[in-house]
Structure formats: C-alpha cells, structure tokens
Design a protein around this ligand. Structure first.
Ligand code: GLU
Length: 467
C-alpha cells in the first residue's frame, strides 16, 4: 500500500478514456492536472502534555467550477499522492452526477484510534484554521465533507471554527455532512450507501446485462458480501437487504462474519457498537481472515473501505460477478483487468459512490438559501391533494379509507425531496454512463470517465480558454 501510486492509476483511466475522444491535448492536460495542493504541518498538544507535529493536506484538483468539493479523511496512509488522486476522482464524480463543483480532497495523517476526542477536536480545529488562513475553505471556495475516518462531529468543529473566524451570512455552507440541527440535511448520513443501492438496483434491472451474467433481474435473493462496515458499507448493506438481497458476508479490517442465510445488518452493527469488535457475533460464522471472506461465493461484492483492495494478487480468486465500487479506487488496474476477462459487471466508484456528494450539494443549496426543502410547499401540496381526493370521491361516489387519505395526501418532507433527487440523479447518471459504454464498446469505468471528461472539457471550452 505504501508504494501504491493512486494518482497514476486515476490518470491511466483518464488516458484510456480520452483515447475515445477527440479533445485537444492541452485541454486534456489541464483537466488531468491537480490545480493546487496545500501541505500543512502543525503542532498539537497531546493530553499528556507532549507536542506532536501533524501533517495534513488539501488539494483542489479542478477549478473549472466553484466551489471545489470533497471529503477530509483521517488515516495513517494519507499522503499527497492519495489526496491528489482522491481530489481528481471527486472532479470526475461531480461531473458524472451533474453536481456543479470542481473536485477536492483533504487528509490528515493520523491513526484516529490513538487520539482522544479532545485531541481530535484540536487537530480538526487547527487544520481548519490553517485552511482559512490560506483561503482554502469557504462556501464559494472549497467545501469539505466527511470521508474515511471523519463524520458529523468533525464537520461541526470545522463549521464552528469557520464561523468564529469568518463573518458571513453564508458561513454554514463552508462544510457539508453536518448534523441536522447544525445546518445539515436529512438523508446526508445515509446518502452514499443509498446511492450505492440505487446504482446497483439500476444495474440489476437491465435484463440484457443480467442475462450475460446468468442472473435474473432484480436485487431480490442476490448474495452480497460487503468489505467495510463504515458509514458507506453499512447503509449500502442496509438498503440492499431492505430490497430483498441477502447480505451473506461482512468483512471488517480484522475479521468478518459469513452467513448463507443472510446477516441482520442492524443487529451486527449494534454488536460492534457494544463490544467494539465483530468477533463474538452470535449468528453466522466468524472468519478471521477478511481477505478470504471477500473471495467467498456471492453474486455482488461491495468493497466499501479503501483503495487498492482487489489487485492482481487476489482478483483471480474473487467469485462475485458484480463488483460495486462503494469505496474510492478499490480495484487496481490489474485487478480490474483480471475480473473484466470473465463475465462480470464492474460498477465504477466515480459513479457508484457519488450519492454522498450529490446530497452534499443539496445541503449546500439549503445552506445558501437558508430554508429547509419542503418548508414552503409541503402544506400547500397537502391541501391541493385533499381537494383532488375530495373531487374524486364526489365524482365516483366512493370514499377513500382513512389510511388511503393519509398515504395519498401526505406532502413531501425534506427527506422525501432529498431522496427523490438522489434517486433521479443516480438513475439518470447510470443511463448516461451505460449509453457511453454501448456507444464506445468499452467497460463501464472507461465509459464513466468518457462521460466526465466530455462534460468538463465543454465547461473549460465555454470559459473561452481552450479551443
Ligand atoms: N467523501 C465523500 C466522497 O468521496 C463525499 C464528498 C462530499 O460530500 O463532498 O465522495
């Protein structure tokens, strides 16, 4: 992992896709380049009084649109190459789902399990302070969000630090993924996982594709193994299970659970919360080697942890025919090639995990407009529906039941609006990517890059800089 050249891998995909397009070379180089990277080293005082120097980065990959957008991760493997690669993926991701942002990413090189809550708070606030100082954060500049190792709590610290230093009406839009009572939005926490579900549902609804794999259409009964039960993996598994899929395996960092009959994901998460570990879970079988678990029999494999997990080493043993890339870059180039050689469907990260940034976009719009979605029209819609139902009753001479009236007459809450926006985004983007695949006779990953590059190129051309 240490020597993994992630940005090079992203650019290999980019180059492969641009071979299908006739876009001027200079413009392609501009799209590909990481526009700015900021490396920070700052001291923090540990609880025991010692001082430690922490390294952090923030990269804005493409400023063809403002602001730039992307998460901040806390992990030991964070380095400049990784942050640049992840920022580039954000650019392509945003383009695919038509989110009008450039791509960015941040990272802090820490093992968060080794720090107390107040140490993490100090690190987060200092990191934010450094970004503010160099104008690397702001609702119209660059807007962070959660990623691996961060969540709502870190986002609130970022918000609070920003608010205390910048006096602006739009400060709340400086970061997304905030808790609902701190200018967050309903549905952001589950958004990436829910997007993964919508993407897989769309893929599995296509008869022609399922026939090629020897599968029936639909998610029902499909066996799924998920690698990583963080926020993304958990919600992806949760919604897939709700749709009738069988979650037969969950692989965590140091071991996992396998159960042919299907794992109750809520119960398993509760067990991990209570005991701090996946081992000792009463149902199914404990597998101490997570690497072996992802190679076990299943229809869909969802790597939802980190990059470079399926490589030339283990790809030959992966049995799943559908790979849903919930993580960023979980398949190496070689890993992809090996799986592609057999009947398979690899749904690429830059499409499949774009639900998070899509709902982040909705949150940002909410923050800038200072109003919750549905606030102005929910009651109006309910009243209009009530009048319509009454008119139907008068015309037909029949009465709706209390239950029907309640169900049909309900106006949309914020969550309903966010969820339908997310569903629409994921379905439309899948079809756009799929069409590009059919047109260019290539794989979905290349098609996704083709779709993204075309959109970004157009945007640069319209700026008038490139021919
Ligand atoms: N970290 C997430 C991602 O990789 C979300 C980014 C965002 O919401 O800005 O897509």
């Amino acid at each position: 992992m240490a020597n993994y050249e992630f940005f090079k891998f992203v650019n290999q995909n980019f180059n492969r896709a641009s071979g299908y397009l006739s876009i001027e070379k200079g413009l392609l180089s501009q799209i590909k380049a990481c526009n700015s990277t900021y490396h920070i080293a700052f001291p923090i005082k540990r609880d025991d009084g010692t001082v430690e120097v922490i390294h952090g980065w923030r990269s804005a990959h493409s400023s063809h649109k403002s602001p730039t957008k992307g998460g901040i991760r806390y992990a030991m493997q964070v380095n400049e190459d990784e942050v640049n690669a992840l920022a580039a993926l954000m650019t392509y991701k945003c383009a695919i789902v038509s989110v009008p942002f450039g791509g960015a990413k941040g990272g802090v090189k820490i093992d968060r399990s080794k720090y107390s809550n107040s140490e993490i708070e100090r690190i987060t606030r200092r990191y934010t302070f450094e970004l503010i100082k160099k104008n690397f954060i702001g609702p119209g500049v660059d807007v962070p969000a959660p990623d691996y190792g961060t969540g709502e709590q870190e986002m609130v610290w970022i918000l609070d630090t920003y608010r205390s230093m910048v006096d602006s009406l739009d400060s709340d839009g400086c970061v997304t993924g905030k808790p609902i009572h701190q200018s967050g939005i309903s549905g952001r926490t589950s958004a990436t996982g829910r997007g993964v579900y919508f993407g897989l549902r769309e893929a599995c609804s296509m008869k022609k594709e399922m026939d090629k794999l020897g599968f029936t259409t639909g998610l029902e009964g499909k066996k799924v193994i998920v690698q990583g039960l963080g926020n993304v993996g958990y919600y992806a598994a949760y919604f897939l299970r709700e749709a009738g899929a069988l979650i037969t395996g969950i692989a965590e960092l140091h071991g996992g659970v396998y159960d042919e009959k299907g794992i109750n994901i809520v119960k398993l998460k509760e067990h991990i919360r209570e005991t701090g570990s996946i081992s000792g879970y009463p149902d199914g079988k404990y597998i101490d080697d997570s690497g072996k678990l992802i190679e076990m029999n299943c229809d869909i494999l969802i790597p939802a942890a980190l990059e470079n997990q399926i490589t030339e080493e283990n790809a030959p043993r992966i049995k799943a025919k559908i790979i849903g890339e919930a993580a960023n870059g979980p398949l190496s180039d070689q890993g992809h090639k090996i799986i592609k050689e057999r009947p398979s469907l690899i749904i690429p990260d830059i499409y499949l995990n774009a639900g998070g940034v899509t709902v982040s976009y909705f949150e940002w719009i909410k923050n800038l407009s200072h109003i919750r979605f549905g606030r102005m029209d929910r009651r109006y819609e309910e009243n209009a529906m009530e009048r319509l139902l009454e008119a139907i009753e008068d015309l037909t001479g029949t009465k709706f039941s209390e239950n029907d009236l309640k169900r049909l007459g309900k106006g949309p809450e914020e969550w309903d609006i966010v969820d339908s926006g997310l569903e629409d985004t994921m379905v439309m983007a899948y079809n756009m990517m799929y069409e590009a695949r059919e047109q260019h006779k290539t794989d979905l990953r290349t098609a996704a890059y083709i779709t993204a590059i075309k959109k970004i190129a157009l945007s640069y051309q319209q700026l008038g800089i490139f021919p």
